[in-house]
Design a protein around this ligand. Structure first.
Ligand SMILES: NC(=O)c1ccc[n+]([C@@H]2O[C@H](COP(=O)([O-])OP(=O)(O)OC[C@H]3O[C@@H](n4cnc5c(N)ncnc54)[C@H](O)[C@@H]3O)[C@@H](O)[C@H]2O)c1
Length: 348
């Protein structure tokens, strides 16, 4: 295969800021078509990137000979559009959260297996430079076991990001299904599994809607803040705090790991992406670039990785099962918040 021929479903912000330009600029990829139900938006993006516009993804799948599809639509559409694209013979890169239920995620994984196509999930946090460096340091064993952690992901909300602002699907319960939990929590669930290199076995969630309003000035009926306590298989304890109400242009996407031999601060200071403070008084500061924020985009590396996997026939490391485990943590936290009890996560 000389180049990977792509179709992109959804011409919203993630497509415009990341997938479309990243595919367009990749010499190993070819952007063939883009689909969006918003015709003006679709035409505008297609014109800019020289792609064919479609307003119905099934028509694109029927008419174009594609190798791969990127699914970048509201959460409730991910499962069906992914399954249809796999059945049409395409590899699929689907945005996070991969699905809104465990059952749908399992169907997506089974379809990919049955059709012998790759399924990758756009959980890009692990590819960001500070997180790559953190993983590398953890793997040297210098810091010993991670005893506990705090990870945060907070900003002013997707109304400042989505193409539809405060009228966005992000604030509509039956389209988003999960609020800040599905938006930022899934990212952090994936990142912490990745950094620790093990599974979480129990979570407790306090999840609520504190302040966010939609375009009509009405409080949204989906979560905008969550405090989630997590316990790993080996006993590491940690908290994830995520928010859509960090107003005042204060984005926070950082992690602190408290380890046997010291502390690692990831994306906690502007100058150094990673700082390590050892118990013996030594320290290491790494200038390794930034974690992307809504206002400061850095290349995600996601579609490059997917393209490389397709060309070189290697299974993506961020596959369907990785996506499943991330939503399993978040759905378990939501179940805990409902029942008021800690939720055990069974190992599959
Ligand atoms: N990986 C990341 O860092 C990251 C960041 C932001 C968003 N996302 C994910 O990307 C997905 C899209 O989010 P966004 O920020 O681009 O939202 P957005 O609101 O900016 O765009 C969504 C687009 O989907 C289109 N759409 C709706 N129904 C459609 C349909 N049936 N067929 C085709 N297009 C349809 C809308 O018209 C809109 O243009 C979400 O699942 C979100 O969670 C991922």
């Amino acid at each position: 295969m000389a180049t990977v021929k792509y179709g992109v479903i959804g011409a919203g912000s993630i497509a415009q800021f990341r997938h479309v330009p990243e595919i367009y600029n990749n010499p190993n990829a070819e952007l063939v078509a883009i689909v969006d139900i918003n015709k003006d938006r679709c035409n505008m993006v297609c014109e800019k990137y020289d792609a064919k516009p479609y307003y119905d993804y099934k028509k694109m799948l029927a008419e174009e000979k594609l190798d791969a599809v990127v699914v970048a639509t509201p959460n409730y559409l991910h499962a069906q559009q992914t399954i249809d694209s796999l059945k049409a013979g395409c590899h699929v890169l689907v945005e996070k959260p991969m699905a809104t239920t465990r059952a749908d995620a399992k169907k997506m994984i089974a379809t990919a297996k049955q059709k012998r196509k790759y399924l990758m999930i756009g959980m890009n946090q692990r590819l960001m430079a500070p997180h790559v460096k953190a993983k590398e340091i953890l793997e040297t064993g210098k810091l010993g076991k991670v005893l506990s952690f705090e990870t945060t992901f907070k900003h002013g909300g997707p109304d400042g990001w989505s193409q539809d602002g405060a009228a966005s699907w992000f604030f509509i319960k039956n389209k988003a299904v999960m609020g800040v939990t599905g938006d930022l929590g899934v990212h952090k669930a994936d990142l912490m599994r990745y950094l620790l290199g093990e599974e979480f076995v129990e979570v407790t969630g306090f999840i609520g809607t504190l302040d966010k309003v939609n375009d009509k000035g009405k409080i949204i009926n989906i979560d905008d803040n969550a405090y989630i306590s997590m316990k790993s298989k080996s006993g590491t304890l940690g908290t994830m705090t995520i928010s859509w109400t960090n107003y005042g242009n204060m984005e926070d996407n950082g992690t602190t790991l408290y380890c046997e031999n010291g502390v690692m601060l990831i994306s906690r200071c502007k100058e150094f992406g990673v700082k390590v403070l050892y118990k013996n008084g030594q320290s290491e500061f790494y200038k390794v670039g930034k974690v992307a924020t809504n206002t400061e985009q850095v290349g995600s590396g996601v579609s490059e990785m997917f393209t490389d996997c397709i060309i070189n026939r290697k299974k993506p490391s961020i596959d369907g099962m990785e996506g499943y485990r991330a939503i399993d943590i978040i759905i378990s936290a939501m179940e805990s918040a409902k029942t008021g009890k800690a939720k055990k996560i069974s190992q599959r």
